[in-house]
Design a protein. Structure first.
Length: 222
C-alpha cells in the first residue's frame, strides 16, 4: 500500500511522456496522491492553501507560468516573432544581447521577468528565431538549440551578477553573511559598489561571446 502513494509520480512521468496537457497532469497527480494518501477534499484544499501562504514566492511563480502559458496559446510567440521581423538588420545575437543589457539593469532593481520558462522561452526565443526568418532563412535545428542555451545563459549570467547590486536583496545579503562568517564585515552599499564593474564586465563579455557564436552559426546557412 505504501507504494500507491507514489502513483502521482507515475502519472506525471506518463503524462509528460505522452505529451498531455501539463496543467491537467499536475492536477490529476495531486488528486490521486491525495486520495491514496487518505486526504479528504477539504483536507486537500487546506493543505494547498497553507502551502500557498507559506511559499508565496513559489505560488507567484506558478501563477506566472499559467498566465504565460495562456498568453502563449493565444499568440504571444507569433506576436514576438512578428515584432522582431520588422527590424531587417536584427540578428539573434543582437536580440539576446539587448535582452542581456535590459535584464542586468532590471536585476539591479530586483525586478524579475519570470525567468527562462516565464519570459525567455515564450518571448525572447520567438524573437531570436524571427530574426533569422527576417533575413530570408529558415531556422536550422542546431542553430535554434544553440540559441536556447545562449538565451538561458544570458538570463542566468545577468540575474546572478545583477541581483547583488540591489541593496537588501537576497543575493547581497547572502554574500554579506558569507563574508561575515569568514571574519569580513562589509556594508551592503559597499558590496554593491564593488559588484558594479563585475556585473558590467560579465554582461559585456557574455554579449560579445554570444554575438560571435551567433555569427558563426549564421555562416552555416551560406
Amino acid at each position: 500500500m505504501e507504494y500507491l502513494k507514489l502513483l502521482g509520480i507515475v502519472i506525471v512521468i506518463a503524462g509528460f511522456a505522452l505529451k498531455l496537457d501539463s496543467i491537467l497532469i499536475i492536477v490529476a497527480a495531486a488528486l490521486v496522491t491525495a486520495i491514496v494518501g487518505g486526504l479528504s477534499p477539504i483536507e486537500l484544499l487546506e493543505t494547498l492553501g497553507s502551502n500557498f501562504i507559506a511559499n508565496r514566492s513559489m505560488a507567484i511563480f506558478i501563477i506566472i507560468m499559467f498566465v504565460t502559458g495562456t498568453l502563449e496559446r493565444n499568440g504571444l510567440r507569433e506576436a514576438a516573432a512578428a515584432l522582431i521581423g520588422k527590424f531587417k538588420g536584427a540578428t539573434s545575437g543582437m536580440v539576446i544581447g539587448i535582452y542581456g543589457l535590459m535584464r542586468a539593469i532590471f536585476a539591479a532593481f530586483n525586478v524579475g521577468f519570470g525567468g527562462v520558462a516565464g519570459f525567455v522561452r515564450p518571448v525572447i526565443m520567438p524573437m531570436a528565431e524571427g530574426a533569422i526568418t527576417a533575413q530570408g532563412k529558415k531556422p536550422r535545428e542546431d542553430h535554434v538549440e544553440e540559441l536556447k542555451g545562449m538565451a538561458a545563459g544570458m538570463e542566468n549570467v545577468t540575474w546572478f551578477f545583477g541581483q547583488v547590486l540591489f541593496v537588501g536583496g537576497s543575493g547581497a545579503i547572502l554574500v554579506q553573511n558569507t563574508l561575515a562568517g569568514l571574519g569580513y564585515e562589509v556594508e551592503l552599499g559597499s558590496l554593491a559598489a564593488v559588484e558594479i564593474p563585475v556585473c558590467i564586465i560579465a554582461t559585456v563579455i557574455t554579449i560579445i561571446f554570444y554575438y560571435i557564436k551567433d555569427q558563426r552559426m549564421l555562416k552555416k546557412y551560406d
